[in-house]
Design a protein around this ligand. Structure first.
Ligand code: ADP
Length: 426
């Protein structure tokens, strides 16, 4: 007890005793003054409780004794709390301003994929309105099977992106990324990539148009060169090596133009024209036989292991092209007497083709770019050895794989070999 409180109690008791003595009832006077003191303390405590709880925001308890000290400490706490709250509100306001100005859509989802928060850009890109769409399932608003699959797929863990079309405008392309940030919550961000899409489309249209324009003159050119090569009486023998070389280059160029046109077609068309069940064993045997013919001199051992009996649905022409590109690459980049293994098997409910070789392998830094058009690990060496290797093989594989709703996985070790796996989802 503080001295001030002690003296006040004494004063109360003395007044009570004096007042009681007037009526020869000092004890009753003391008891009454004690009760009054207890009531004062109780009143002060109640006022304090109301003040702390915020019910009485203006007045604290009486400012003397222990209550004066309590008043001071609580006031100090209040002030500190207020400063902290103001600072936090400032940070929150800044964050809100920043996310409002941010051009990408940001949507916070809980474990049920319900919307917990969204910024204004989400309205323009995904038609998600905040706060109207609070607690709505995101896939009920953005109704794309691809998005649903993406949200539930383990690819999210690898921070991969997918491309979707804006639910508001079909000519707006969005790139979506999902970032888990706690045990239960995830952030879905989407960015407008229409300009990039248009640039890619313009490039691909340009390549398709140029290839198309080159095709006819090249065919004529090749025809004349072949005719010239056959007419020994017209063509002087000194010209023969030059004409032979021109013919080879013309064949190479026309192969390149054909491959570019094929690639443009794969990029452009959305649907498979010949979607039929495919006998994988027969198809892979065909691929192996063609590879053996081309790389006969390398004397490779080529194994075929068909473990899955299921037929694959797809375009036989496209799949032949993809599988033969993988097998031809395996043969091309594997030294003589090496081993190439093709394995068709099941992984859960998915069907998988592995094309494995014991070749030169690919360094890890090249793997992310290996399926780009014209990308080669060692362009000088590849070009010098074989004219038909034009750096488009894996680009074709990538598009065929995408068109069959499959995925391509590449693992490789320099000097040991590579494995290209195509996984067809059920
Ligand atoms: P290319 O016509 O040059 O083979 P691709 O698109 O088929 O073009 O392959 C791109 C590059 O990937 C190749 O230049 C080569 O460096 C590398 N590559 C592809 N397959 C293999 C493989 N099985 N082993 C080693 N390197 C490979």
């Amino acid at each position: 007890m503080k001295p001030a409180d002690f003296w006040r109690l004494c004063l109360f008791l003395a007044i009570g005793a004096a007042f009681g003595a007037l009526f020869q009832q000092s004890l009753i006077g003391i008891i009454l003054s004690l009760l009054t003191y207890i009531w004062t303390v109780h009143y002060n405590l109640t006022t304090l409780a109301q003040w702390v709880s915020g019910a009485n925001a203006v007045q604290g308890p009486e400012k003397s004794g222990i209550f004066e000290e309590l008043n001071y400490s609580i006031n100090k706490l209040f002030r500190r709390h207020k400063t902290r709250r103001e600072r936090l509100t400032g940070v929150l306001r800044q964050f809100e301003e920043a996310t409002k100005a941010w051009p990408d859509a940001i949507v916070v989802l809980n474990q049920m994929d319900d919307i917990e928060w969204a910024n204004p850009a989400a309205r323009n890109l995904l038609d998600i309105r905040w706060p109207e769409d609070k607690k709505q399932r995101v896939t009920n608003i953005v109704r794309f099977p691809a998005l649903r699959e993406f949200i539930n797929s383990p690819e999210i863990a690898k921070k991969q992106t997918i491309e979707i079309i804006s639910p508001l405008k079909p000519d707006i392309y969005l790139s979506a990324l999902m970032v888990p940030y706690s045990e239960t919550h995830r952030i879905l961000t989407t960015r407008d990539v229409t300009e990039i899409y248009r640039a890619i489309k313009a490039r691909s249209d340009f390549v398709a148009n140029v290839s198309h324009e080159l095709k006819t003159p090249l065919t004529v050119f090749r025809g004349y060169l072949e005719a010239l090569g056959m007419q020994k009486d017209v063509c002087p023998p000194t010209w023969e090596p030059a004409i032979k070389q021109m013919r080879e280059h013309a064949i190479e160029m026309s192969d390149l133009v054909d491959t570019l046109l094929k690639l443009s077609h794969l990029e452009e068309s959305q649907i498979l024209l010949d979607d039929k069940p495919i006998n994988m064993k027969a198809l892979l045997e065909e691929v192996i036989s063609a590879t053996k013919q081309i790389y006969e001199e390398k004397n490779h051992i080529i194994n075929l292991d068909v473990e899955a009996s299921e037929n694959l649905m797809g375009s036989k022409r496209e799949l032949y092209s993809a599988f033969s590109n993988l097998t031809l690459n395996a043969a091309h980049y594997t030294p003589a007497n090496g081993t190439i293994s093709l394995r068709w098997h099941k992984e859960g409910s998915d069907l998988v083709l592995d094309v494995k070789d014991t070749g030169i392998g690919i360094a890890e830094e090249h793997l992310p770019r290996i399926t780009e058009r014209f990308y080669r690990v060692d362009s000088s060496r590849t070009r010098a050895k074989q004219g038909s290797k034009n750096g488009l093989g894996l680009a074709i594989v990538k598009h065929v794989v995408r068109r069959h709703n499959a995925s391509l996985n590449i693992s490789s070790e320099v000097g040991k070999g590579s494995c290209f796996s195509v996984k067809f989802k059920k």
